[in-house]
Design a protein around this ligand. Structure first.
Ligand SMILES: *Cc1c(COP(=O)(O)O)cnc(C)c1O
Length: 395
């Protein structure tokens, strides 16, 4: 039933623009009451007319109408055949790894990776028998050189977190295809508004919907969308193991998704302005933002993304002491983990989001004590610039 509804949605929505899909896909008026907005179906179970005679739902671990609406919408936004919502991004990662790989398989990933993804690969799946390998060289040739007959999955994050490198999805998809490996793209940093990896040859797209999709820092969630045969395998695992989101969480995420297009426009506009300004600031040592002409991934980002995103990483002059001072002197930019919300955040990857990566590996990737990551929100950009200027002025 879930799959059938999603197929219907794909047929009726694929011709519509992104913002229209975000507001309407999977979100028809409620058939029971006419409610215009998808209701929060707070129920764990569903009454049957006779054993097996039900309306497509039996038990909410297996399926829930609020969740179906969200899954349909997320699939429509990425141009996917099928989508699954999860209790968190890492629950989505976990089900994807466990359902598509087995002990003895190798997974190849770019080295600059979300800390939690590295942790689950290294501390959970490596002891389980999976062999994770990381490439520092994010080019297609870099990936190709590390492929072996045991490589069954390639995992790519682009733009990468926190160094904001850009990986060529189309070229890596060719490598994966040749290797007979599944290409998964963690599209959390870009959001489907800026980048749709399935159209570039990826097999699956994963999101932490906690970030831009939810967009308001009030709900944790994740999703996997993509080819039906693969997503069906992940769904079997999800139903067998749990990890499903509740209907309240699905409602909040759906509510956030409705304004994704508008929010992303503003995130990108303000991030580009601040990155330009920071790059010329005398107290700033380095700025990492794919929208800057000097960024090594600029041309590629221009090709595979609609815009350059709302994340900016940077270094201030004066080493660790100055960095710590900066981190504690912003007011609008809250010092916090996470990203992608309407409010601006500042983060110290080495001790916060990426602390779970061993120091030697982290340092090799440039994630040292001097690195600062900004999630640029949608406040007035003049106020954001003023806030950063004040914090820079005390260094
Ligand atoms: C936050 C994040 C995740 C993990 O998602 P959770 O919702 O926190 O479980 C995965 N990938 C990236 C790029 C992230 O930023």
């Amino acid at each position: 039933m879930t799959t059938f509804q999603q197929d219907m949605a794909m047929d009726s929505y694929h011709h519509l623009g992104f913002a229209t899909r975000a507001i309407h896909a999977g979100q028809e008026a409620d058939p029971a009451t006419g409610a215009t907005i998808v209701p929060i179906y707070a129920t764990s179970t569903y009454t049957q007319a006779a054993p097996g005679d039900h309306k497509g739902y039996e038990y909410s671990r297996s399926g829930n109408p609020t969740r179906t609406a969200l899954e349909t919408c997320l699939a429509a936004l990425e141009g996917a055949e099928m989508g699954l919502a999860f209790a968190s991004g890492l629950a989505a990662t976990n089900a994807t790894l466990a359902s598509l790989l087995k002990p003895g398989d190798e997974i190849l990933a770019n080295a600059d990776l979300y800390g939690g993804t590295f942790r689950i690969l290294d501390k959970v799946y490596k002891p389980w028998g999976l062999e994770p390998r990381y490439t520092e060289d994010g080019s297609a040739a870099g990936f190709a050189s590390m492929v072996t007959p045991k490589t069954k999955m390639i995992w790519v994050e682009t733009p990468t977190n926190p160094m904001l490198q850009i990986i060529d999805i189309e070229a890596v998809a060719e490598v994966a295809k040749k290797a007979g490996a599944v290409l998964v793209v963690d599209n959390t940093f870009a959001s489907p508004y800026l980048q749709q990896p399935l159209h570039l040859g990826a097999d699956l797209v994963l999101h932490s919907t906690t970030k831009y999709l939810g967009g308001h820092s009030d709900v944790v969630g994740g999703c996997v969308v993509g080819k039906k045969d693969l997503v069906t395998k992940v769904k079997f695992h999800q139903n067998a193991s749990g990890g499903t989101p509740g209907p309240f969480d699905c409602y909040l995420t759906l509510r956030g998704v409705k304004t994704l297009a508008l929010r992303m426009e503003k995130h990108c506009q303000s991030a580009r302005h601040l990155a330009d300004w920071l790059a010329h600031h005398p107290q700033v040592e380095a700025v990492y933002y794919p929208g800057l002409k000097g960024h090594p991934g600029h041309a590629l980002a221009k090709k595979q993304m609609r815009d350059f995103g709302g994340m900016v990483s940077m270094r201030v002059k004066g080493g660790k002491a100055a960095t710590m001072k900066f981190l504690t002197h912003t007011k609008l930019f809250s010092l916090a983990e996470s990203l992608g919300g309407v409010e601006s955040l500042v983060n110290h990857p080495a001790t916060m989001t990426h602390a779970s990566i061993p120091a030697d590996i982290r340092l090799k990737r440039g994630v040292d004590d001097g690195l600062i990551r900004l999630s640029v929100g949608i406040e007035d950009v003049a106020d954001l610039q003023d806030d950063l200027e004040k914090a820079l002025s005390v260094l």
